[in-house]
Ligand binder design. Structure first.
Ligand SMILES: C[S@@+](CC[C@H](N)C(=O)[O-])C[C@H]1O[C@@H](n2cnc3c(N)ncnc32)[C@H](O)[C@@H]1O
Length: 267
């Protein structure tokens, strides 16, 4: 779904980030966002691009954000934005004082990394590394980070896949994270109060799994058993207040929810 107008999506935090971190003159910010958004839409039409949801800087809405930021500010911990697209959440952390050389981004499509640099005008200053890779490819450059990450952010990511593939991604996440207490993966995504497989918008022969709080926790129980590790999943949900993903009013029959999660390693 492509929104022609930015409406209220350019909130104060995103505007401040673009004006102060990226040094985009305030009267050019909106035009700048439209231009880069349209370039990204041509790469792949994700709803989070079409609906300007990348401007939410969603990591900062997590109740764990202050603690995560403090952990990163020590310079002893590494952060990975998995499926980062523009990498806006990584920029938010950098602007708030996290050392950027400890922040990594990864995505299937390298075009998004370049668009992230263009959006945030920081190619010369940001010390973060962006690794191209399919999360399902064990031999991708992402494997360089195996066992080295303390905090993973995975927003609007797991919900792209069916249940079996989500299990595979979670196992990959376990492998990327350090084997220690309080390694954590957090994020937000679309879910459904009636958890289950749902047909893909563009290809009804494929499905993706929409979680509710219970099914998400259960999945992490399974992942723990499969990987010999123990996880505590904090999950909350709220009714979906956003727009339809496909422009159809029938899209949300009341069951669509937004899930927020933080899954901590316990053992
Ligand atoms: C819906 S976007 C979410 C972007 C960002 N995390 C956010 O919250 O705005 C999903 C991202 O995951 C990436 N992606 C999709 N499939 C992937 C895969 N198999 N491996 C790695 N990245 C993938 C896409 O290229 C895209 O940038």
């Amino acid at each position: 779904m492509y929104n022609k107008n930015i409406g209220s999506k350019l909130g104060e935090p995103a505007r401040r980030l673009l004006e102060t971190y990226s040094k985009v003159p305030s009267d050019e910010v909106e035009k700048h966002v439209y231009t880069i958004r349209d370039e990204a839409w041509k790469v792949w039409p994700y709803p989070c691009i079409g609906q300007f949801r990348f401007l939410d800087l969603s990591i900062s809405h997590s109740p764990h954000y202050p603690a995560i930021l403090e952990r990163l500010k020590t310079g002893d911990e590494n952060f990975l934005d998995l499926g980062c697209c523009f990498g806006q959440d990584l920029r938010k952390l950098a602007a708030d004082g996290a050392p950027s050389e400890h922040l990594y981004g990864s995505d299937l499509r390298p075009e998004f990394f370049e668009l992230g640099y263009k959006l945030f005008r920081d190619k010369a200053t940001l010390k973060s590394r962006f690794l191209v890779g399919d999360v399902f490819d064990a031999s991708s450059p992402l494997s360089e980070l195996d066992g080295k990450i303390d905090i993973i952010y995975a927003a609007s990511f797991l919900h792209l896949f069916g249940y079996e593939d989500q299990i595979k991604v979670c196992k990959r996440i376990v492998k990327l994270l350090k084997e220690k207490k309080d390694s954590v993966v957090l994020g937000r995504q679309i879910g459904s109060s009636n958890a289950g497989e749902q047909p893909l918008r563009n290809d009804p022969t494929k499905t993706r799994w929409r979680h509710n709080e219970e099914s998400f926790k259960k999945m992490w129980g399974e992942v723990g058993e499969m990987t010999g590790s123990k996880w505590r999943a904090e999950v909350s949900s709220e009714p979906w207040a956003g727009e339809s993903e496909n422009g159809q009013s029938s899209w949300n029959n009341g069951s669509i929810i937004r899930l927020r999660f933080a899954v901590f390693r316990e053992g």
